[in-house]
Design a protein around this ligand. Structure first.
Ligand SMILES: [Zn+2]
Length: 345
């Protein structure tokens, strides 16, 4: 069975009162990529207090203030439009979701997919699974049209930033979908490692990981429809949760049931973040550029909590180790928030 490597280090120091203090740090290694998560749970509740959560007053004020002139509430009338040669209807709609070009693109096709133009909601628990599902399927529609128009633009990254500390500039909930001819670095690395594992072991890394987590039950959260959910063993970012679609590698292959499974699971996870005052979050789907790769790569969403929304917030999650060093650091063992999340499955 797959090994989840960990090196335990003890650190000793004299505290300000001269007393000897010892702490235990787990250096957890991601078996696929080799990235390291340093977990020192000694701070416990104190750390939660230090990383003060969302200020309700700031959030309530933003809810009111950001409605005025919100470009996504009025996207149908005032939003951007695709060129007629790509989308004759200008904007691509499904249910209440709407896709349109990002005003400031970062790739040849860079779209905003508004979850629900009528739902200017800034609390994760207010995201409706049905709307998230339709937004995911809208993104897939954009992806398929680009694939059909320009097959060389195979690489895509679908993600979501929620509230300013989550990386968003417009708080009205929306996905962003970038499509280009050049691979996206992190998903490309994951895909390459997964293919190597498959060639070496003759099995899917993701199936091996899921079987291990299902057997151990401590980081395994459960299924929603066909999508399987677990807490990352060696998270790079805070309270990182993954949703995996067994046997399916690409967003191009996403059907209604799987979209619903991702949507419902995402709402469970981000509602949990909200319950611990981490309203902001960031997520991205790692998708194979080509279909029929489900044996080596599984379509997956990676979700992480971001610092609470405050007038002056403490940006504790993007300091030098994760941002430049590539490894995460954590004050809570993943199994603890996994236990809290398990109660929601
Ligand atoms: Zn709005």
């Amino acid at each position: 069975m797959l090994e989840l490597p960990c090196v335990v280090e003890r650190l000793e120091l004299l505290d300000p009162h001269g007393a000897r203090a010892e702490q235990v740090v787990e250096q957890r290694i991601d078996p696929l990529t080799g990235t390291v998560a340093s977990v020192n749970s000694a701070l416990g509740e104190k750390a939660r207090a230090f990383a003060a959560g969302t200020d309700e007053q700031v959030l309530a004020e933003l809810e009111v203030r950001s409605r005025t002139g919100c470009p996504f509430c009025s996207a149908g009338e005032k939003g951007t439009r695709y060129l007629p040669s790509f989308a004759p209807e200008g904007q691509i709609r499904r249910g209440r979701s709407l896709a349109m070009p990002n005003l400031f693109g970062k790739s040849r096709y860079d779209s905003v997919v508004i979850i629900d133009t009528a739902a200017h909601v800034l609390r994760p628990s207010q995201l409706a699974p049905a709307s998230l599902q339709s937004a995911l399927l809208t993104a897939v529609e954009v992806l398929r049209r680009v694939r059909s128009a320009e097959p060389a633009l195979a690489h895509h990254l679908l993600g979501m930033n929620f509230l300013q500390p989550g990386g968003s500039s417009v708080p009205h909930p929306h996905f962003q979908l970038q499509i280009r001819g050049v691979p996206f670095s992190a998903p490309a690395r994951i895909l390459a490692r997964g293919a190597e594992y498959r060639a070496r072991e003759g099995r899917s890394y993701w199936r091996d990981l899921t079987e291990k987590e299902q057997a151990e039950k401590v980081r395994w959260l459960g299924r929603v429809g066909p999508v399987e959910w677990l807490v990352a063993w060696a998270p790079c970012l805070q309270r990182e949760v993954w949703g995996l679609l067994p046997g399916v590698g690409s967003l191009l292959e996403l059907d209604e049931g799987a979209a619903r499974g991702f949507a419902e699971g995402i709402v469970k996870v981000v509602s949990y973040y909200e319950s611990i005052d981490n309203h902001p979050f960031t997520l991205a789907f790692f998708s194979s550029p080509q279909p029929d790769q489900g044996g080596a790569h599984e379509l997956q969403v990676r979700i992480c909590a971001r610092p609470g929304l405050r007038a002056t917030y403490n940006n504790y999650d993007t300091w030098f180790a994760p941002l430049l060093g590539g490894d995460g650091a954590h004050v809570e063992i993943p199994e603890r928030y996994a236990a809290e999340l398990q109660a929601r499955w």
